[in-house]
Design a binder for this molecule. Structure first.
Ligand code: F3S
Length: 66
């Protein structure tokens, strides 16, 4: 699984970091950045929570590693 953040949608609500601090962080512009290339298997549930809880729907999860 990969996680993608749409920077145009992200408004810095930071719920992604709250749900999955090993996967997301905020940059200097208070936009979410994805910290990993591939989401570790044991973090996939956290990634799904982050996706669901983003009020701007800025996070997309893509199955597989391609
Ligand atoms: Fe941005 Fe959504 Fe996270 S608005 S900071 S991707 S919760």
């Amino acid at each position: 699984m990969r996680a993608i953040v749409d920077r145009d949608r992200c408004q810095g609500h930071n719920r992604c970091y709250a749900e999955a601090p090993t996967l997301f962080d905020l940059d200097d512009e208070l936009k979410s950045v994805v910290l990993v290339d591939i989401v570790p298997t044991d973090q996939e549930d956290a990634a799904r929570r982050a996706e669901r809880n983003c009020p701007e729907r800025a996070i997309t999860l893509v199955d597989g590693d391609g």
